[in-house]
Design a binder for this molecule. Structure first.
Ligand SMILES: Cc1ncc(COP(=O)(O)O)c(C=O)c1O
Length: 415
């Protein structure tokens, strides 16, 4: 039986696309970029993104081109990308930030016109649909992360269009996987259980504070240390996953370890409960979208189409950084803060800056990504802390409805 076949069968059933199992979404993205982009290709991507993904793009030997984003959701704003940029990019990578869909129909149309591949990062968006069509079925390839929605802290998929491509990518994956170890598999299996115990026993605050004091957290700030000199040295070895491993592995050291049946069995059990988890997320999104901290786009989308089963809900708040620290005392650690935007973080040596970084800066510095499964707790804490909502400045404001992607017709099959 092919590696991870029970998991991939389930994912293929959900998505209606060929899938291969991978230990992480970052490895899935690396495989896709290596398969379709020759070294040196310029890839359009959102600067409001996990820094790990920037390093995946660099490891694949590509040049990350930062796009202007919508101030409402931090995703690429295709209409604001200058024509000169469109003419100079050879691939597009979406983010579907926190599960809010990118403008995939517009992006797909544009990519088709230009004859370039669209890659969907669906790590946050396993249950998201656009006009009934699942995110992850619009582009050439899509990466999913089981660390996110099913809290597996490992595992993922790469979804592609046909069996031949899947087989080819399985061979590439097998070359990049490193052998698993029982110790690693045990740790991967026990970590989510330990996290649930910490949450259930209301130990988030003491555990987090102790880890902070002992220096056990991998990141001191929202972004990992860049180490620009070492990074510049690596460019000579790109494309190379091992060269960039010190950056790419942050938050998930086993990102290319071959999982044994213990890990895969546990992930399968979690995937079997995915629909229930997504339904609970939608309930939380519905509550959070009705609060003053929800941005206009989230409120309107929820009112018109019903709540999406988001991975995180991007609330817009004032004094976000101080609030994050105070929320630990309420038993909440909010991760997935992508501030500053990647062009401010890495600089022009490593990325091509966005022609208009202001919306990304505003969004990144005011967003509080909260877990919809904790919606009631979040509302209680923000009310108690008298948190003030934030609104984008007038120069960023566009009608959020204009930002929506409403497909007129199903997209044509990818070229
Ligand atoms: C937007 C985004 N894409 C991809 C990933 C990578 O997922 P994984 O941890 O499964 O490699 C992350 C990780 O947090 C992410 O936030």
């Amino acid at each position: 039986m092919p590696y991870g076949s029970r998991l991939t069968a389930e994912m293929t059933r959900r998505l209606g696309r060929e899938c291969l199992y991978v230990p992480s979404a970052r490895l899935a993205l690396y495989l896709a970029l290596r398969r379709w982009c020759r070294p040196g290709v310029r890839v359009l991507m959102s600067p409001v993104n996990d820094d790990v993904i920037l390093f995946v793009v660099l490891a694949a030997g590509l040049r990350p081109v930062q796009a202007p984003v919508s101030v409402w959701d931090g995703n690429i704003d295709p209409a604001a990308v200058p024509e000169s940029t469109w003419r100079n990019v050879e691939a597009v990578l979406t983010t579907n930030l926190y599960g809010v869909p990118d403008r995939v129909v517009q992006l797909r149309r544009r990519c088709d016109q230009l004859g370039i591949p669209l890659f969907e990062d669906a790590a946050h968006a396993i249950g998201t649909r656009v006009a009934g069509q699942p995110i992850g079925t619009f582009g050439k390839a899509a990466a999913f992360s089981l660390s996110k929605h099913v809290a597996g802290m490992a595992g993922g998929f790469l979804a592609v269009e046909d069996t031949g491509t899947r087989r080819e990518l399985e061979r590439l994956r097998d070359e990049l996987l490193v052998p698993g170890r029982l110790r690693g598999d045990l740790a991967t299996t026990l970590r989510p259980l330990a996290r649930s115990a910490v949450l259930g026993l209301r130990l988030v605050r003491p555990v987090w504070r102790t880890m902070q004091r002992l220096g056990l957290l991998e990141r001191d700030t929202f972004r990992m240390e860049l180490h620009p000199r070492r990074l510049a040295d690596c460019a000579r070895r790109a494309p190379s996953l091992p060269a960039y491993e010190p950056w790419v592995r942050v938050d998930l050291h086993g990102f290319r370890e071959r999982h044994g049946s213990l890990v895969r069995g546990q992930l399968k059990l979690r995937m079997d409960r995915l629909d229930g988890a997504l339904a609970r997320r939608s309930v939380g999104v519905s509550l959070l979208a009705s609060t003053a901290w929800a941005g206009g786009a989230l409120r309107e989308r929820t009112a018109e189409d019903g709540p999406l089963p988001l991975f995180r809900v991007p609330l817009l708040v004032q004094d976000r950084d101080a609030l994050l620290d105070r929320l630990v005392d309420h038993g909440m650690v909010c991760g997935y803060v992508y501030d500053p935007p990647l062009d401010d973080y890495a600089g022009a040596e490593f990325v091509e800056p966005s022609p208009d970084p202001s919306a990304a800066r505003w969004f990144a510095s005011h967003t509080l990504p909260v877990d919809p499964l904790l919606a009631h707790k979040v509302v209680r804490a923000l009310t108690k802390e008298r948190v003030r909502p934030a609104s984008p400045e007038a120069r960023h404001l566009r009608d959020p409805r204009r930002d929506r992607d409403v497909p007129q017709a199903p997209p044509a099959p990818c070229c």
